[in-house]
Design a protein around this ligand. Sequence first.
Ligand SMILES: [Zn+2]
Length: 157
Amino acid sequence: MSWLAQALEISQKQAHPLPTKPPKDPFVSFGSTPPANSEEKKTPHERITVAAAEAVKGLSGHITAATLLSKLASEDFTDLEARADPLPFLRSFAIACVWTDFRRDGIAPPGWDQPGHCDKCGPVYLWAGIHVAGCPWCWNRLHGVKIPRPPSAGVVL
Ligand SMILES: [Zn+2]
């Protein structure tokens, strides 16, 4: 499947409401059988692990729960353990990670279809038709990675 087809698939899945809490009894193996009322007896780390598995669903395999967890800093775990529901943060973070990967491959993330303008990069695709002093494509410019340009930029993709 092409990157564009995968981006469209992700974009379409994002149009649907996401579950706000993990399934009642998700299967997560930690080498033992979970207790009968596992939702209440999970440790904070187990709750984060379950939420991470839920957070990457629908992202077409672009990121796994293990990869998502590996990108978290230790301070993030402390913050997530204090949250009643870590899923919204993890879902947003998972999407941000996938979109970063798209940009690093020179592909506009789903929904980044508005011609914008960056003072440093010039015409770029953004989430809104805005003028900015710096943008997420600046990383590509600084590292010599392709930046997709709006047709009005006169650049052949
Ligand atoms: Zn820029």
